[in-house]
Design a protein around this ligand. Structure first.
Ligand SMILES: O=C(O)CCC(=O)C(=O)O
Length: 447
């Protein structure tokens, strides 16, 4: 059942309870009117959201008539195997580069409105939270926190939508299921940016982009997540890290995983490589260690730590870190286990979008699903999400290239792709994306 359907059903129940007077015999006319106004507000929001989504799709469809890239890049497979990274400098057309910059700025505006929204502004707003099936926050985020989170992204917990901070005391947790806060699309703009911007949706689904991804991942793709990384002055850098997908922790290899995931970082304005520009650094070949747990605070720690004793498994040369300097309109694509680092930003804003593609996990083999599954833990008045620990048997650990299977793995990645977008795609409404069974937005069959 879709988010809209569910919301309408919830509204229907509330309406009939209201009509029957079963929400409280002694309800006075005033509170009934308030409840009715809240339901009307949530209904209006739902309609506006559906219209907005249609507009994003229609405009993306128009944009898709134009090329995204200056040419169709051809990947050297041997080099990709060795590096795990491709850097395509100035690959976007001039028009696409300009529009991508505007898109990152537009997401920033939406995000700032979200961060600074007065979620408790009126009794109507409070009732709208209830009508959406959610507890409102108990207090607004402090002015300091909001100032800190304004003008850049990834500055709050997870995707700027969850506690601690903006939504303390609420059971709203970002993109989970279909619970939406009563503002904008109901989830933080940066958390699924292409749901707010036609150019980003165009970039995610453009035939040239999909052809590029298929060279790295093979024919069967799915979208994993789409974020915006705007680093504002004062950003202190992100630390060296890798990400999880398949074959995590299985140790050294000389080939890329059967089920891969590629992070595509779009830098519409590029960056200078000064070390103070929000520049990206990578370690080519580091992905062959399949280490999803590496974390080093900065370059010095990286040199003395993770890099110190490691050599490239294919070439035998020492692994080295490489700080990139990129012209406008550049794209960096990196397999999920490639160590990378984003440095501090001292002036202005460095704009970027992240489009992540992966091979679908049709057989439910991936261990990360267990690890990333979030548990809701009730603690006093507050709820927190916790990552479930991953436990591997010794046999599992020792079997090279063995994709671990779990009968109990959850079957969706819906905490990063909103369910309403999965359904739009299944209905054939998203440009560049086919209907049910291969819609890229989900591996599930949506009924
Ligand atoms: O370029 C950035 O801001 C962040 C890149 C990064 O750390 C990531 O994609 O995980």
């Amino acid at each position: 059942m879709g988010a809209t359907t569910r919301c309408r059903r919830r509204l229907g129940v509330l309406w009939s309870q209201l009509a029957a007077g079963s929400l409280g015999r002694h309800r006075d006319a005033e509170s009934e009117a308030a409840e009715a106004a809240a339901l009307a507000l949530v209904t209006r929001l739902e309609d506006e959201r559906a219209t907005f989504r249609r507009r994003v799709c229609d405009e993306a469809r128009e944009l898709q008539r134009e090329p995204l890239f200056t040419h169709d890049p051809v990947i050297d497979q041997e080099q990709f195997q060795r590096d795990g990274v491709i850097v395509l400098e100035g690959i976007y057309t001039e028009a696409a580069t300009r529009r991508l910059t505007e898109a990152c700025k537009s997401i920033q505006k939406y995000n700032d409105a979200w961060v600074n929204k007065d979620w408790l502004e009126s009794p109507l707003m409070l009732a709208a939270w209830r009508a959406a099936g959610l507890r409102p926050p108990t207090a607004l985020g402090s002015p300091e926190l909001r100032a800190q989170m304004t003008g850049g992204t990834q500055l709050g917990a997870r995707d700027s939508s969850s506690s601690p901070g903006l939504f303390d005391g609420s059971d709203f947790r970002g993109l989970q299921a279909d619970a939406r806060a009563p503002f904008l699309q109901g989830f933080c703009p940066e958390a699924f940016a292409c749901g707010y911007d036609p150019m980003l949706l165009n970039a995610y689904t453009h035939p040239q982009m999909l052809a590029l991804q298929r060279q790295m991942l093979g024919p069967d793709l799915r979208f994993d997540h789409c974020l915006v990384f705007n680093r504002k002055a004062g950003f202190e850098g992100g630390g060296w890290h890798t990400h999880a997908y398949s074959e995590d922790g299985l140790g050294l290899t000389t080939r890329n995983p059967l089920l891969g995931e590629v992070r595509n970082l779009l830098y519409p304005e590029g960056f200078g490589g000064s070390g103070e520009d929000g520049d990206l650094s990578v370690v080519r070949g580091g992905h062959l260690y399949r280490d999803d747990t590496m974390r080093e605070a900065n370059d010095a720690a990286m040199d003395a730590g993770w890099l110190a004793s490691r050599r490239h498994p294919i070439t035998g040369r020492p692994l080295v870190r490489e700080r990139l300097a990129l012209p406008p309109g550049s794209l960096v694509a990196a397999l999920t286990h490639v160590p990378h680092y984003v440095g501090p930003r001292r002036q202005g804003v460095r704009y970027a979008a992240l489009l992540v593609y992966a091979n679908p996990d049709h057989t439910r083999a991936l261990p990360w699903r267990r690890r990333r599954r979030r548990q809701r833990v009730a603690a006093a008045d507050q709820q927190e999400w916790q990552d479930e620990p991953l436990e591997l048997s010794e046999t599992e650990r020792q079997q090279p290239n063995f994709l671990r299977r779990s009968a109990t793995t959850p079957t969706t990645h819906a905490d990063s792709v909103p369910v309403e977008w999965q359904q739009l795609a299944a209905a054939g409404q998203v440009p560049g994306v086919a209907g049910l069974h291969s819609n890229l937005f989900t591996e599930e069959e949506l009924i």
